[in-house]
Design a protein around this ligand. Structure first.
Ligand code: ATP
Length: 231
């Protein structure tokens, strides 16, 4: 289980995240909604060890991870799929998937198979340079690369960004399949309709704070969520 408590994060004088609490239970799929600049990415980057929070605690199965360097966060079982994918353009699909060996594990053929089963398009393009993939394929590769670390907690930052609706569906089908297998997932998403159709629990951020939280059914009926995100 991932537990975030009283997390605050800043960029100089800008307070991007102001004392938020959230939890992702083992095996659940949690979503964080919110408009541009609400602090969602900063929250994820802080959780993943990419941004040092000002205060608060982040624990994974009871172990504090908020002060760990990135590679140790990965080793503790948390993997981030960053906004903008960040695949290594000159390397092939398979070389990108092998990069997770940096986390101290060799690219496991069984895991590679699992990624290729989840995303047959990546299997078809395994020798293609990542920079030549479509945006959707790059998103699949970024998810696949995170899965190669066998994460206990998979954290995704706006996987639908910039993708055509049919590709968003493919990416979300994979997220749902992972969730069904028991993968714990924390997802930041601007597309509230699709996020609320797949999650177990959701949080809504505004100006660095969580302003509403609840089950997807409750959130879909919340007037604030309806007006801001589902109209
Ligand atoms: P978006 O959906 O647009 O990515 P977000 O909810 O993820 O938005 P953040 O990216 O976390 O929001 O930004 C929260 C606040 O922090 C915003 O006011 C933003 O301008 C500011 N911010 C984000 N990154 C930086 C940075 N590197 N330097 C300074 N300010 C930043």
């Amino acid at each position: 289980m991932l537990t975030v408590s009283k997390l605050s994060a800043s960029y100089g004088a800008i307070q991007a995240v102001r004392g938020i609490d959230l939890q992702v239970k083992a095996g659940s799929l949690c979503v964080v909604l919110g408009s541009n600049g609400a602090g969602k990415s900063t929250t994820l980057r802080s959780i993943a060890g990419l941004h040092r929070p000002v205060s608060g605690s982040i624990s994974l199965d009871g172990a504090e991870i908020s002060r760990l360097p990135l590679h140790k966060v990965v080793r503790s079982g948390l993997a981030l799929v960053p906004e903008g994918r960040m695949v290594v353009a000159p390397l092939t699909v398979e070389e990108n998937l092998g990069l997770s060996a940096f986390a101290g594990r060799n690219a496991d053929p069984e895991l590679l198979d699992k990624v290729y089963t989840l995303f047959p398009r990546l299997a078809e393009r395994r020798l293609q340079k990542a920079g030549l993939l479509s945006g959707g394929e790059q998103q699949m590769l970024a998810i696949g690369r995170a899965l190669m670390t066998r994460p206990q907690m998979l954290v995704l930052d706006e996987p639908s960004m910039g993708l055509a609706p049919s590709i968003v569906d493919l990416v979300f089908q994979a997220i749902v399949a992972l969730h069904r297998e028991g993968q714990s997932i924390l997802l930041v998403e601007q597309n509230a309709a699709i996020a609320l159709s797949v999650c177990d629990y959701g949080y809504v951020m505004r100006r660095g704070q969580i302003v509403v939280e609840g089950t997807p059914d409750a959130l879909k009926q919340n007037p604030e969520v309806l007006e801001a995100y589902l109209s």
